[in-house]
Design a binder for this molecule. Structure first.
Ligand SMILES: Cc1ncc(COP(=O)(O)O)c(C=O)c1O
Length: 389
C-alpha cells in the first residue's frame, strides 16, 4: 500500500478539497440520458466567426510563442473594450492576457499571497480562488452573503468585512456572482474600495460574468471607480461572454507599473497563452457584440423558465438572482447537499451542483446552470418535479 507521505507531496496539496461538482459528474461518466446542469457553461458552441478566426490564424502561421504579456493587437483591443465599457482609461500597460480566468486567479495568488496571509472571500462563491489561496499557504476567511427573507435578496455583510479587513492581505469578490447571481452595488464597491485604500488591502475582483446581466449592458465594476495605482486586480475571461470555455483565454488588469512582475509569472506558468486563440479572441471582442446580445436574449428565456418552475416547487426557496446564468436555491429539509445531488442524479438523471461546493453553509443548497435550451430545461424541471414539489 503506497502512502502519500512516501512521495513527500506538500501536505497542503494532498489535503486540498476536491470539487464536489466533479465527484457528482464523475459518477455518471459514460451514462446516457443525463441532463447535466452542474457545470458553468452554456450548451452553445463558440460562434463560427470566432472559430473561423482561429483557423485563419493557424493558416497564417500564428503558431509560435507570443510575448509574455500577450499579442499587442489583442492587448490594445482589450484596452479599448474595457476603457469604453467602464468609462475609464485602462492603458495597455495594465493588461496581461492569460490562459483563462482560472490562470489569472492563480497568477494573482502567486504574486500576492505569502504563507499565513489572510484573504477574505465573499461566499458562496465558485471555489477555485479559495483553493489557490490554500495552495500558496494562505488562509481563507469566508464572509458569507446574508439571505434576507423580507425581500428574498442576498446582502453583503459589510460590518463583518470591516471587522476583518485590518488583518487581511486581500479581499476576493466575485460579482456578478457564481452561484447566487448577486451583483455588488456601486455604493458597496465605493465603500469596499475606500476601506481597502485605507488599510492597504488588495481587491481581487473576479468579473468574468460582467456581461451576463439582464437589465444593462455591463455590471458595475471596480474599474468604473478606481485609479490606476489602486491595489486592484480585475480578472476577466473569454469563457462566458463569448462561449469559449474550452479555449482557455482570459485577461487580468493590474495596477500601473507592475507589468514586469506579472509577465514573469506568465512566463513561469505557461510562457504565453495560445497564440492562435489570442488571434481569435481579438475577433471575438471586435465583432462579438451581436453574439452577446443574442445570447442574453436566449438566456432571458431560460431564466424565465427557471424562475417559473422554482417559484412553484413547494420544497424550494429561491432568492432573487440578478445576473450570471445560475440559480442557487435552498431545499427544505435537506442537510447533506452532496448526498441529495447524488440521489437526485440517480433517480431523475438531472445533474445538480451541491451547495457545499461554494463555501461553508451550503448543506441545504444546490446550484443549477440554466444556460441551456428551453426544451432541455423544461425536460429537466419536469423530471425534478417529484423531488422538489
Ligand atoms: C466566478 C468564476 N471565476 C472564474 C472562472 C474561470 O473561468 P475560466 O477559467 O474558464 O476563464 C469561473 C468559471 O466558472 C467562474 O465561475
Amino acid at each position: 500500500m503506497i502512502d502519500n507521505n512516501d512521495f513527500k507531496i506538500r501536505k497542503i496539496i494532498s489535503s486540498l478539497k476536491s470539487s464536489p461538482i466533479r465527484n457528482i459528474a464523475n459518477s455518471v461518466i459514460g451514462k446516457k440520458n443525463i441532463i447535466p446542469l452542474y457545470f458553468g457553461e452554456t450548451d452553445v458552441a463558440t460562434p463560427s466567426f470566432i472559430s473561423e478566426a482561429m483557423k485563419t490564424a493557424l493558416d497564417e502561421g500564428h503558431t509560435f510563442y507570443s510575448a509574455n504579456q500577450g499579442i499587442p493587437d489583442l492587448i490594445e483591443t482589450i484596452s479599448c473594450y474595457s476603457s469604453d465599457l467602464h468609462k475609464n482609461n485602462i492603458s495597455p500597460s495594465r493588461i496581461m492576457v492569460t490562459s483563462a480566468g482560472m490562470n489569472a486567479l492563480m497568477i494573482a495568488s502567486e504574486a500576492l499571497i505569502n504563507p499565513n496571509d489572510k484573504v477574505i472571500c465573499i461566499t458562496p462563491v465558485w471555489p477555485n480562488f479559495m483553493r489557490c489561496i490554500e495552495i500558496m499557504g494562505g488562509k481563507v476567511i469566508e464572509i458569507p452573503l446574508r439571505h434576507h427573507d423580507n425581500d428574498n435578496k442576498w446582502k453583503l455583510n459589510l460590518e463583518e468585512i470591516k471587522k476583518n479587513i485590518k488583518d487581511a492581505k486581500a479581499i476576493y469578490i466575485n460579482t456578478p456572482n457564481n452561484p447566487t447571481g448577486w451583483v455588488m452595488s456601486r455604493n458597496e464597491q465605493l465603500e469596499i474600495l475606500e476601506i481597502c485604500r485605507k488599510e492597504k488591502v488588495w481587491v481581487i475582483s473576479d468579473e468574468v460574468y460582467e456581461r451576463i446581466i439582464y437589465d444593462k449592458k455591463v455590471a458595475p465594476s471596480f474599474l468604473d471607480i478606481s485609479k490606476d495605482d489602486d491595489l486592484l486586480i480585475v480578472v476577466n475571461s473569454f469563457s462566458k461572454s463569448w462561449a469559449m470555455t474550452g479555449w482557455r483565454l482570459g485577461w487580468m488588469i493590474i495596477p500601473e507599473g507592475l507589468i514586469n512582475i506579472f509577465e514573469k509569472l506568465n512566463e513561469f506558468n505557461v510562457a504565453s497563452p495560445s497564440s492562435p486563440a489570442q488571434h481569435a479572441g481579438l475577433v471575438a471582442i471586435k465583432e462579438g457584440e451581436k453574439f452577446i446580445q443574442n445570447m442574453i436574449n436566449d438566456l432571458k428565456l431560460s431564466r424565465n423558465i427557471t424562475i417559473k418552475y422554482l417559484n412553484n416547487f413547494s420544497q424550494v426557496i429561491f432568492p432573487y438572482s440578478e445576473a450570471a446564468f445560475y440559480a442557487y436555491f435552498k431545499i427544505k429539509d435537506i442537510s447533506d447537499s452532496e448526498k441529495f445531488c447524488f440521489d437526485t442524479l440517480q433517480s431523475t438523471g438531472v445533474g445538480l451542483a451541491p451547495g457545499t461546493s461554494f463555501g461553508n453553509g451550503g448543506e441545504s443548497w444546490v446550484r443549477i446552470c440554466y444556460a441551456k435550451s428551453p426544451d432541455l430545461l423544461n425536460e429537466a424541471f419536469e423530471k425534478l418535479k417529484p423531488v422538489l414539489s
